[in-house]
Design a protein around this ligand. Structure first.
Ligand SMILES: Nc1ncnc2c1ncn2[C@@H]1O[C@H](COP(=O)(O)OP(=O)(O)OP(=O)(O)O)[C@@H](O)[C@H]1O
Length: 256
């Protein structure tokens, strides 16, 4: 997994300032093709800023971001981004939203994608009549219909209730396995990060303070002691109870 050939995304000493505010001061990160990365950290630590830099929507103040060996900009980015509010166009139906930016002959793709997110019956509906979870399914379908190499998820489930979130975790996991895209998820929810990702990154004071590999098989069992131990370790680092810079803190127990 760690061979250079498989590295998709490479961040070297990435810095981002807004005026006098230095939000990111030196981010170094490598992401392999097909990996699922979660980024967590206190509110305002720069998680969304980092995702926007990767999407090419912001430019770094310093350092370098390489995607498949090329410097990132919005035009060349093979990434699709999904936001917390879904950003559906209210005057377009579900299938029209999913088909945005696609040509008419792609109807079959749209139909299949709606089927994969469980919304075939809602194709002709307006976004206004959908539940929050259904709206996010449409947003996910709209991103994935383009078969992106890289899916960026900016707190996409933040506004949903706990049960709907768990259903969405399953859906995202299933689609990630099927379509084999690389995913980077920004979330406030450490459990969500551990449930979905291969590696959790903690950001604090502008740098990565922890990288925790999650070596548990899917679907993850939230009641398992290793799951809970991983969540607590990460939370402790975020809360400053373990304030050393650690990478891949070993977990003593293996997952059965
Ligand atoms: N376009 C911008 N102009 C000025 N300041 C900005 C801009 N975008 C972000 N910031 C500032 O950068 C800091 C980090 O913001 P960012 O949204 O990346 O944090 P976050 O970790 O995603 O926060 P949250 O978890 O609350 O969503 C904040 O102080 C924010 O005010």
């Amino acid at each position: 997994m760690n061979s250079r050939r498989e590295t998709m995304l490479e961040l070297e000493s990435v810095q981002k300032s807004f005026g006098q505010q230095n939000v990111l001061t030196g981010i170094d990160l490598k992401v392999n093709k097909g990996e699922f990365i979660a980024i967590v950290g206190k509110s305002g630590c720069g998680k969304s800023t980092l995702l926007r830099l990767i999407a090419g929507l912001e430019h770094p103040t310093g350092g370098e971001l390489l995607l498949n060996g090329k410097s990132i900009n919005e035009q060349n980015s093979p990434a699709k981004i999904m936001f917390q509010d879904g950003r559906l166009l209210p005057w377009k139906t579900v299938e029209q939203n999913v088909g945005l930016g696609l040509k008419k002959e792609n109807q079959e793709k749209i139909t299949k994608m709606l089927e994969q997110v469980g919304l075939s019956e809602r194709a002709k509906d307006w976004p206004a009549v959908l539940s929050g979870g259904q709206k996010q399914r449409v947003a996910l379908a709209r991103a994935l219909v383009h078969e992106p190499e890289l899916l960026l998820l900016d707190e996409p489930l933040g506004a949903l209730d706990a049960l709907t979130r768990i259903e969405m975790h399953q859906l995202i996991e299933d689609l990630w396995k099927q379509k084999q895209f690389t995913a980077i998820l920004v979330t406030h929810d450490v459990e969500e990060a551990v449930a979905l990702s291969n590696r959790v990154i903690v950001i604090d004071r502008g740098v990565i303070t922890m990288e925790q590999t999650v070596n548990l098989s899917y679907p993850r069992q939230r009641e398992h002691p290793v799951f809970n131990k991983t969540v607590s370790k990460i939370l402790n680092v975020i809360l400053g109870k373990e304030n050393v810079i650690e990478k891949n803190i070993p977990l003593l127990t293996t997952y059965q």
